[in-house]
Design a protein around this ligand. Sequence first.
Ligand code: G16
Length: 543
Amino acid sequence: MPTKSVQTSPFSDQRPGTSGLRKKVPVFQQPHYVENFVQAIFDTVEGRDGATLVVGGDGRYYNKEVVQKVLKMAAANGFGRVLVGQNGLLSTPAVSCIIRKYKAVGGVVLSASHNPGGPQGDFGIKFNVSHGGPAPETFTEAVFKRTQGITEYKTSDASDIDLGRIGETAIDGMAVQVLDPVADYAELMETLVDFGKISSLFRSGFTMRFDALSAVTGPYAKEILERRLGAPAGTVVNAEPMPDFGGHHPDPNPVHAHELMELMQGPDAPDFGAASDGDGDRNMIVAPNLFVTPSDSLAILTAHAHLAPGYAGGLAGVARSMPTSRAADRVAAKLGIKAYETPTGWKFFANLMDAGLVTLCGEESAGTGSNHIREKDGLWAVLLWLNILAELKKPADQIVREHWAAFGRDFYTRYDYEEIETERADELMTHLRQGLSTLPGKRFGELTVESADDFAYTDPVDGSVTPKQGVRILFKEDARAVFRLSGTGTAGATLRIYMERFEPDPSRHHVERGDALIPVVEAAKEIAGIEGFTGRAAPSVVT
Ligand code: G16
């Protein structure tokens, strides 16, 4: 048997963040670095003997090499079968779909999501458990603990598998099935949205652009939008997944998807625009001349999901991460369904979905999804929008404006201060936390603080408590500022400030969101002493 044990020693920096372990590529390229982490995952998976494992990634630099390492380690660690995407590719939602469909024990996803790729870019490894969703914190903490005591890992001297050919092969007796990465996912989509209606929409002359940002969603979008739904060739652009994403920063927001934004603001704008991220779980929705914030998108999907066959029976409930605006809550109240508020991180939605409490979930960070899988799903969100557009037969921007008129508008923006010194960022958060009790009643410009706290979440299903999930400051004027540090960056710390203000008066809904939010931005900067702590006069990215 070519199986062998290799001696190793721990790396101190292998604690997973919001969504798996993310580091610069050269960090992952250190000898034993990948193997230590993967062995720690395998040691933590219960029931792996003879079980099925799913493996795939977003095609970023180092994906190919790491897929081969994971396959050999899986064989040496007793898995019975691995399902791997052709050429090592699988989008994150496709992994979730395949885990559930084939009853796998879990899946190893190679991705740093929306972070840039390339030899000096980012890489990442995350593990999804048997329900198809990201591993919960109890699991990731156990993995981290294991990495800190690791002394050896198991692998195989077998040769690399040819991942270009779909079909079945083996490593040391473990079956390896190379899958078409798109087929199972596309089949699932056909059960949720009305492909006939969307095809008719395209036949009627409706135009759209889908920008895959040279990341993994390209092949999925080409197959579903162009081949199955009949959108004209060329609707999907940047459709070829590339190891460096063709120089794109694969984060679907108005800053990084600027080519799409420019098109949608120009005279040749199609009827609808969309983009997705590195691993295909995020989405961006743009109407001509109108960027739809992810928070509004969740609310609009919640209001109209029943128009799609997969949701015709109505929704059980809706969930959003705490920093996401309260727009979806307003829809839930009208529909008479419950709205849940969770910490940032898709993993917190799984319990709610498994318990049947919610059907749709979403986050301000461009993630939207439903209980069809246990991950957020970029292309699914686009398809649900298309189904709604086909049913309502109204332009996308009109749907958004009518939504505001009916529910009020939650003006929303996020400021990111990237790569600040970790110590300074920690000091800022400590300062904020220490001052919380002194804030109520204080006035900042035209806003008065009503309450201030540090969000702690009690999972309604298993009772687990997750403290310190972000500082929330509520203003009497129905505005809010939330502060937290990102858990997905790979250099220094990223401070995120989420700001929103509710405007019930339709005569003020046309105001530019940047203008509407100036008082909240000014108050947030002053309360946190941003410039003093970070030395930054302006954020790195505003979305
Ligand atoms: C991940 C998580 C999301 C989270 C996002 C941002 O998304 O799955 O739940 O909202 O990170 O997290 P943070 O604010 O901590 O950077 P993805 O698309 O990066 O996997």
